[in-house]
Write a protein that binds this ligand. Structure first.
Ligand code: FCB
Length: 477
């Protein structure tokens, strides 16, 4: 297993040196270094009045570690190890019980059926599949979903790596493909849409570079092999899925339109760098089969051969969107931003987006940035971009009469519609999340659900937003 020390050669590498080379090589242009600009807001339109294309897929998302609980009935994941350490999770909680979905999945599928969604995006826990009886759980869940008329859309990795494995090791990618074959062999007769990985960018950045998430590494740019190995795992998984006869395969990548803090060259350069790190580092190899200029040299192994695997054609490309980023020139002191401690020496600094309402998480509400993101992806990658699906979008607010969430979702669904009108090929939209759950380093302090969960009694209470979304789905289209 790799350690925080990394290999001495890469440790002695100047932090930003190879990456600070001019990030030219257009086309394609940077994904989204534009700015608040004159984009129209969603205005008073109501999503219920908008027409979406036939077959547009409406769903909600969750992930295994955040809802299942029953931690004693599977081998440990890196998140179990991480949360056992002091001071890692805001409220000192763990996901040992979470929403107890493992035992209450029938009730939760009934909530999905009542909501009237076409599809349910959940994740399969690799540590559970490794444990006796683990795959039986997903077998039962998929049966229950099919019986309820809800299409199962499993994500094969949503951050809960078996504790014995490490994304800094190349071998983990091969093991992932073997695990994926087992899952596909068992569920492939009923599952018709698949997601390989969730947000390798956040898992790399928060988990391996900054240490805010499991496995808690602070490797900064020495974390890049974890990104490469996840991308390789994705490509190998696509091949394994197709070998098992699976179709309709995608990935869920996080994206944030990135806006420079000002027009100054230093701010624009910093924003371009951040855009590369968060948006292009993962999308370029998947869609174009190449890393952005200057990055490939930093990756381990036979990168050219790996890129052929990584760029196995996808049937669709999933986008998780919450908020844009405003990025300025570096600051030479440690800074706090959105609950993150950013070390000095990073080649950018994160800034507030002023004049916007914020969610309870402090994330700014900027729906038009979702339109910008979807249209920019389409413009940047053109015909090479597979159809898009918004695989996560949502907000944390307290309360069961959650009018703020309704406003957020209404504006963001309208923003997806605006992207469709502008020519982006968007095929679906999934709300994060079906129910309040274990929000990683924030524990149970953030509530993203359409359904309120009392984390003491496990009582589920549909919120106003659940009823609103149900009516939206029923509206004639
Ligand atoms: C995303 C994660 C998801 C959830 C939301 C709020 O980055 O994929 O599990 O935590 O953020």
């Amino acid at each position: 297993m790799a350690t925080d020390a990394g290999d001495p050669a890469s440790r002695s590498r100047p932090l930003a040196d190879p990456l600070s080379a001019p990030l030219t090589d257009p086309p394609p242009a940077p994904l989204s270094v534009s700015g608040p600009g004159p984009l129209p807001g969603p205005g008073p339109r109501s999503a219920a009045r908008l027409r979406f294309p036939d077959g547009f897929l409406w769903g909600v998302s969750t992930s295994a570690h955040q809802i299942e609980g029953a931690a004693g009935e599977r081998e440990p994941s890196v998140w179990d190890v991480f949360t056992a350490g002091p001071g890692r999770v805001k409220d000192g909680s763990t996901a040992a019980v979470a929403c107890d979905h493992y035992h209450r999945y029938r009730e939760d599928v009934a909530l999905l059926a009542g909501l009237g969604v076409d599809a349910y995006r959940f994740s399969v826990s690799w540590p559970r599949v490794n444990s006796p009886g683990g795959l039986d759980f997903y077998d039962r869940l998929v049966d229950e979903l099919c019986a309820a008329g809800v299409r199962p859309v499993p994500t094969l990795f949503h951050w809960d790596l078996p504790a014995s494995l490490d994304w800094m090791d190349r071998d983990t990618a091969e093991r992932f493909a073997a695990y994926v074959s087992v899952v596909a062999g068992r569920l492939g007769d009923r599952v018709t849409k698949w997601i390989t990985l969730n947000e390798p960018a956040e898992h790399t950045l928060l988990g391996h570079a900054l240490g805010a998430h499991a496995p808690g590494r602070r490797l900064l740019f020495d974390a890049l092999p974890a990104a490469h190995h996840q991308l390789l795992a994705h490509g190998l998984a696509v091949r394994a899925l197709r070998a098992a006869g699976a179709q309709d395969i995608g990935i869920a990548n996080s994206h944030s339109p990135t806006w420079p803090a000002s027009g100054s060259p230093a701010d624009v350069e910093a924003a371009d760098f951040y855009d590369l790190l968060l948006n292009r580092l993962f999308a370029d190899p998947l869609v174009l089969g190449a890393y952005p200029e200057g990055v490939g040299e930093l990756m381990p192994g036979d990168v050219a051969a790996d890129l052929k695997v990584i760029s196995e054609p996808l049937d669709w490309y999933g986008v998780n969107y919450y908020a844009p980023a405003r990025v300025g020139a570096p600051r030479d002191t440690e800074t706090e931003f959105g609950g993150l401690t950013l070390p000095p020496g990073l080649p950018f600094s994160l800034r507030e987006i002023e004049g916007r309402p914020v969610t309870d998480f402090g994330w700014p509400v900027v729906p038009e940035a979702l339109t910008e993101l979807l249209t920019d992806l389409s413009a940047r990658y053109g015909e090479r971009l597979p159809p898009l699906v918004v695989t996560e979008n949502g907000c944390s607010y307290e309360g069961v009469d959650d009018q703020d969430r309704i406003a957020y979702l209404d504006a963001h669904i309208s923003a997806v519609h605006a992207a469709l009108e502008a020519g982006a090929d968007v095929r679906g939209y999934f709300v994060w999340s079906l129910m309040d759950n274990f929000e990683w380093a924030e524990g149970y302090t953030r509530r993203f659900g359409l359904v309120h969960v009392d984390h003491v009694t496990q009582r589920r209470t549909p919120k106003a937003s659940y009823h609103w979304f149900r009516e939206l789905l029923r509206a004639p289209r």
